[in-house]
Write a protein that binds this ligand. Structure first.
Ligand code: SF4
Length: 346
């Protein structure tokens, strides 16, 4: 039997005691082996609702950590379920750009600069369990690229000021979409006090950490010019909100992977679409929609998302190596869980 057949056999033996989840940016060979494929928000919801004994996450570490947080008891103790990451080295460079310790220091500075302000942290789900625990401890919520605008809009409507981490571009795109670009300030990690004077902090309604997704943040105005020049006239640009704001503002549609997939589904036959997100997804969309002219804005690949292979999945399903088990520190779970559950309630 080859690898795929063996995975299929093992999968059948486990039945509903096993759930294999995969992110849209996984390789097509891996996607075909998953029980469900989705973006971070969809996968978080599936993990929370699952009763499977073992959840195997074909994605990166922060996703598996989120699944583990959601499948623990409220006190952080395990409830007979476990989460596994076939590629234990698959991380996320953006998540690594923010530590709980650094965020705590910035948080204290924001409070000191604007003592009467009602600050609340919002962390992108692309962050470590420690960062989510920081957020939950201070009454904040996680968000994804799919619901980030809703989370920010609702908190601002409540009169809160937001400390957003780690993605500067997602938060900038949300504030621009809300017509509040002037109320956005950037906290620069390398500078003392984030490079923000107290007056600038007091004037901001959202202060953003200066992390970014190195994959999506690399898009440039030149990429848009070149792609539009090569595409049929009238091609629409669909782009992920982790792209820089000056590039995103040129797009006909800015949205999460799920939004982009849905926009492709609504496109008229014969439409030309330029898609600005991870290339494994763009290639799958192009292959599945031959009636459309789908092209990448510029092909970009997330190395970490590509670390999961069918062979790594098979090894996890047959050997269950301890190195592939993802277990968030018990002490972090209650606060991190509060942060993620607030997101799911939005
Ligand atoms: S695409 Fe960007 S945000 Fe997503 S896992 Fe890769 S580096 Fe992280």
């Amino acid at each position: 039997m080859d690898t795929l057949q063996t995975i299929g056999q093992v999968r059948r033996e486990w039945g509903d005691r096993l759930l294999i989840l995969g992110h849209h940016y996984q390789d097509a060979a891996v996607v075909g082996l998953c029980d469900a494929v989705g973006d971070s928000l969809e996968l978080s919801r599936l993990a929370a609702a699952s009763k499977a004994e073992r959840i195997v996450f074909c994605g990166v570490r922060f996703m598996a950590e989120t699944a583990d947080i959601l499948t623990r008891g409220p006190d952080g103790r395990a409830c007979g379920r476990s989460v596994w990451l076939p590629a234990p080295g698959a991380g996320c460079p953006m998540a690594d750009m923010a530590t709980a310790e650094a965020l705590e220091a910035a948080w204290a500075r924001l409070g000191a600069a604007a003592p009467g302000a009602d600050w609340v942290p919002v962390v992108y789900v692309n962050s470590s369990a420690e960062v989510k625990a920081f957020c939950g401890r201070h009454g904040g919520s996680a968000c994804t690229s799919g619901n980030g605008r809703r989370v920010v809009e609702r908190l601002l409507a409540q009169g809160k000021r937001i400390f957003f981490a780690p993605d500067q571009h997602l938060s900038a795109n949300i504030m621009r979409a809300l017509g509040l670009a002037d109320a956005y300030a950037l906290w620069r990690r390398a500078l003392p006090d984030g490079g923000l004077a107290p007056g600038a902090i007091r004037a901001a309604r959202l202060v953003a950490w200066d992390g970014c997704c190195p994959i999506h943040a690399g898009y440039t105005l030149g990429d848009v010019q070149a792609a539009r020049a090569a595409a049929p006239a009238g091609a629409a640009l669909l782009i992920h909100p982790e792209a820089p704001s000056p590039v995103a503002r040129l797009a006909e549609h800015v949205g999460s992977t799920k939004d982009i997939i849905e926009a492709v589904g609504r496109a008229e036959p014969g439409s030309a679409l330029l898609i600005g997100t991870e290339d494994r997804l763009v290639r799958r969309l192009a292959a599945a929609n031959r009636h459309l002219d789908i092209r990448p804005l510029r092909p970009i690949l997330c190395e970490d998302m590509g670390r999961t292979t069918p062979e790594a999945l098979l090894r996890t399903l047959t050997e269950w190596p301890e190195a592939c088990r993802v277990r968030v520190d018990d002490a972090l779970v209650p606060d991190a869980r509060a942060c993620v559950e607030r997101m799911l309630a939005f």
